[in-house]
Design a binder for this molecule. Structure first.
Ligand code: NAP
Length: 231
């Protein structure tokens, strides 16, 4: 089964939909219980879907969620770390309140790390797993170098998420657990805004492709539009 965090709306909801279309059982993670139930109800016609309350910044919430999922489904084959926040559009690294940095890293980096640690033991045991970190080209080193300011904490959270992708990938390769990162492009969601040029269908495509890679596929890489891009 596949677990998608932050799947009550936006790209995460569409990733859940496309994973169902691949025939996977999907758990929609949502920090708001009602939002998760509504999303699961909206996807019910597409396959075997359930909702799970899950706040990736809350250790107890993650432990409860993984225990409930493992009891119900016996295993987690796919984890998509999609949940994320962007709260620093007009900030500059020189002046941003560090509380904003902490909040951003708490969700975008530590949330994904916590979720990965929670599912790795069962993935290792079953010698199968796919972890996909939904990242952003805004966090690539070229993206940082070209930045004229704006989103400093968000950018850094994705740079760090990319680094985490590499670290986990090299630790888990021998266990047939592939860990990759994906940039969805600029997508029309609450985060991306109405001016973004991509649909959620386009944004979800590469994360779903990475979530369903066959054994022996690349690991520890960053992809956009199913192609490798530089860190
Ligand atoms: P979105 O519409 O703002 O959705 C974000 C999702 O993350 C929501 O479901 C939100 O839940 C959830 N979330 C936030 N904090 C959470 C937490 N602590 N625990 C659990 N869920 C949490 O954003 P999106 O555009 O779909 O973005 C999804 C991912 O793609 C993010 O990682 C983002 O950085 C990445 N991305 C997006 C774009 C873009 O252009 N949209 C570009 C590059 C990368 P609530 O509904 O409860 O707030």
């Amino acid at each position: 089964m596949a677990l998608v965090t932050g799947a009550n709306r936006g790209i995460g909801l569409e990733i859940a939909r496309q994973l169902l279309q691949h025939g996977l059982r999907v758990v929609v993670g949502s920090r708001d219980a009602q939002g998760g139930e509504e999303a699961a109800a909206a996807l019910a016609g597409e396959g075997d879907v359930a909702a799970q309350t899950l706040d990736v910044t809350d250790r107890a919430s993650v432990e409860r969620a993984i225990a409930a999922i493992e009891t119900r489904f016996g295993r987690v084959d796919v984890l998509v770390n999609n949940a994320g926040v962007l709260i620093d559009e007009n900030r500059r690294a020189a002046t941003i309140p560090l509380e904003d940095v902490q909040r951003t890293l708490g969700a975008n980096l530590l949330g994904a790390w916590r979720m990965s640690q929670a599912v790795i033991p069962s993935m290792r045991k079953q010698r199968y797993g796919r972890i996909v970190n939904v990242s952003s080209a805004m966090g690539t080193l070229a993206g940082l170098a070209a930045s004229a300011g704006g989103w400093p904490a968000y950018r850094l959270s994705k740079t760090a998420l990319n680094a985490l992708t590499m670290l986990l990938a090299s630790e888990l390769q021998a266990d047939n657990v592939l860990v990759n990162a994906a940039c969805p492009g600029w997508v029309r969601t609450r985060m991306g805004g109405a001016g973004a040029h991509r649909t959620v269908e386009q944004g979800a495509d590469t994360p779903v492709w990475l979530a369903t890679l066959p054994d022996g596929s690349p690991t520890g890489r960053l992809f956009e539009d199913r192609g490798l891009i530089d860190w």
